[in-house]
Design a protein around this ligand. Structure first.
Ligand SMILES: Cc1ncc(C[n+]2csc(CCOP(=O)(O)OP(=O)(O)O)c2C)c(N)n1
Ligand SMILES: [Mg+2]
Length: 317
């Protein structure tokens, strides 16, 4: 269980350092395809997983989803190996950065098609009503995805059928290079839940405890037959949309300002108030740094996936 703030702090460092290492690997040319990092948004995945019933609930994320795999308990070496295209990767080197999945840990994966995870989550929740699992499905997606038809259809169906789904909106206020203010007439996105007939709330997505509490109560409601919830978690992306995005479109000072209230800063401040000291907090970071570094080194030693197997698992009708 990832429930105490110290647990969250550790998982958020693991995600942050994994992302920084992945960025380094991408920059030096070891990773094929585009890479979208969740630096600054770690509290959402870390907190959300703590609010679920991990033995039955299932999670769907976007291409910015390494944090969900890590918070779900995926093996770090297998994750790096997947991103590096190695045969021993989590998905045999076929998925890469944007299509990780780990069904053994109930992480049903990333998806590079904006908004495509939401109908999948609705399907998983609907199936759970028939297979006796009583699972709740969590679908995480961005503010830009709120304008996709698939997300509208998913929310409409979940509301109409009262399905056990948690729609977790990671609002970092940008869709690629476009601010949310340029894309919608009303930026209070959580209010859209009203029109689907279920509750919508807006929370601080940089505080893992707040995220955990919101997900846990949405989960309780869903499990009681109370239907879906839309949780709008406000956050900030501290890096570009993809590795290589130079971000000319961001106003001067915006990122520096965001760094004063980012998840690791907020949690460290709270832990100090709870009585932990700087040495204890630094040792969490150091342990996670060692863990991430050794996982990356181990993955880099592994052989690349065999191109001759590329068509395995591909459906041919
Ligand atoms: C259906 C579809 N349309 C467009 C794209 C191109 N695209 C990739 S990421 C992205 C931005 C999505 O923004 P948001 O939903 O806010 O998520 P964020 O990247 O901020 O996490 C877009 C438009 C895509 N991948 N899929
Ligand atoms: Mg966004």
């Amino acid at each position: 269980m990832t429930e105490s703030l110290l647990d969250h702090y550790r998982v958020m460092w693991r995600i942050r350092l994994f992302e920084e290492k992945t960025r380094d690997l991408k920059v030096r040319g070891d990773v094929s395809g585009s890479v979208h990092l969740c630096i600054g948004q770690e509290a959402i995945a870390a907190g959300a997983l703590g609010g679920l019933n991990r033995s039955v609930d299932v999670v769907f994320s976007t291409y910015r989803g390494h944090g969900y795999a890590i918070a779900s308990g995926s093996d770090l070496t297998a994750l790096f190996a997947e991103i590096l295209g190695r045969g021993a990767g989590l998905n045999g080197g076929r998925g890469g950065s944007a299509y990780l999945s780990d069904p053994d840990n109930n992480f049903f994966g990333e998806n590079s098609i904006v908004g495509a995870g939401a109908p999948h989550a609705v399907g998983a929740a609907l199936a759970g009503l028939f297979d006796g699992s009583n699972r709740v499905a969590l679908s995480a997606f961005g503010d830009g995805a709120m304008n996709q038809g698939a997300v509208h259809e998913a929310m409409n169906m979940a509301g109409a059928f009262g399905l056990p789904v948690i729609f977790l909106l990671e609002n970092n206020r940008y869709s690629e290079l476009t601010p949310i203010t340029a894309m919608v007439g009303d930026v209070e996105l959580y209010q859209r839940a009203d029109s689907y007939g279920f509750e919508g709330i807006q929370i601080d997505g940089n505080d893992p405890t707040v995220v955990l509490d919101a997900v846990r109560s949405a989960r309780d409601r869903a499990a009681r037959g109370g239907g879906p919830t839309l949780i709008e978690a406000m956050t900030e992306r501290l890096v570009g949309h993809y590795v290589g995005d130079v971000q000319q479109y961001r106003p001067a000072g915006e990122i520096d300002d965001a760094k004063t209230r980012e998840p690791l800063v907020i949690s460290a401040q709270k832990l100090l108030v709870q009585g932990f000291d700087d040495v204890e907090l630094k040792s969490v970071e150091t342990q996670e740094r060692d863990r991430v570094a050794s996982a990356a080194s181990a993955a880099l030693q592994l052989p690349f996936a065999d191109p001759a197997t590329a068509l395995e698992f591909v459906y041919d009708s």
